[in-house]
Design a protein around this ligand. Structure first.
Ligand code: PEP
Length: 247
């Protein structure tokens, strides 16, 4: 049985004042029936972990370097994220792929480092609008899965997030049939590569304009085990109803 997961990606948003949102979230969810993960900017990670100590809400990073340490100015290693209190890290988000030129092999190296450090890698995949309109969605996703996911993956150290690029921050959401098609495809690919045991235990999140008013419908789609939420994870008042829809 896969435990549901509601994950929030704060991206480059939030200073110390935003920690009050985490406190409100924790207060409203003393014993959640699902896993909750918040990925704040790196500057807030340790303070977020401290603000949530004793709460059932985990914190994670938004990226890590593939090396454990060294001359990489501005970068952060997986071990450093773990030391700051993270249990997971988002990798291969389309904004990292676009803004920083991350390729599948970069994502895979980072995911290996994350898993070696004891973190869960939340690996993002997703097609652009042009790729969807050219009927290339499954080819693109298949390539991202085989290129980005390391061999050492298990149901504990891997989560896959399907995030169509055209749905991120746009208010546009694929139909439930489109979400279901991609999630079924990802599940089948994971089972084929890792066997039924591991393949069925990896949690699959949908991400892209998930909001309180569309979450329940999306969570009703088979093989959707939760969501990776951007904008609507910034305020406890918006994220709480999404968590409730998953519970
Ligand atoms: C995201 O960036 O991971 C995301 C899903 O953003 P939003 O929910 O704002 O579309």
């Amino acid at each position: 049985m896969r435990r549901k997961l509601a994950a929030g990606n704060w991206k480059m948003n939030g200073t110390g004042a935003a920690l009050s949102e985490l406190e409100a979230l924790a207060k409203g969810h003393p014993a959640p029936a699902v896993d909750i993960l918040i990925c704040p900017p790196a500057t807030l990670l340790n303070r977020a972990a401290q603000a949530l100590s004793g709460a059932s809400i985990a914190v994670g990073g938004q990226d890590c370097h593939a090396d454990a340490s060294g001359a990489h100015t501005g970068d952060i290693s997986a071990g450093m994220l773990k030391d700051a209190g993270a249990t997971a890290v988002i990798l291969g988000h389309s904004e990292r792929r676009e803004d920083h030129g991350e390729r599948n092999e970069d994502v895979r190296a980072k995911a290996r480092a994350a898993m070696d450090a004891g973190l869960t890698a939340v690996i993002c995949v997703g097609e652009s609008l042009a790729q969807r309109e050219a009927a290339n969605t499954l080819d693109i996703i298949g390539g991202q899965l085989s290129g980005s996911i390391p061999d050492q993956s298990t149901g504990e150290n891997l989560v896959v997030a399907y995030e169509p690029i055209w749905a991120i921050g746009t208010g546009k959401v694929p139909t439930l049939e489109q979400i279901g098609e991609v999630h079924d495809f990802i599940r089948a690919r994971l089972e084929r590569r890792f066997g039924a045991g591991v393949g069925r235990s990896v949690r699959l999140l949908y991400g892209g304009s998930v909001k309180p008013d569309n979450a329940a419908g999306i969570f009703g789609v088979p093989n959707v085990d939760g969501a990776l939420v951007g904008g609507a994870s910034l305020k406890a008042a918006d994220f709480a109803p999404i968590i409730a829809a998953l519970e």
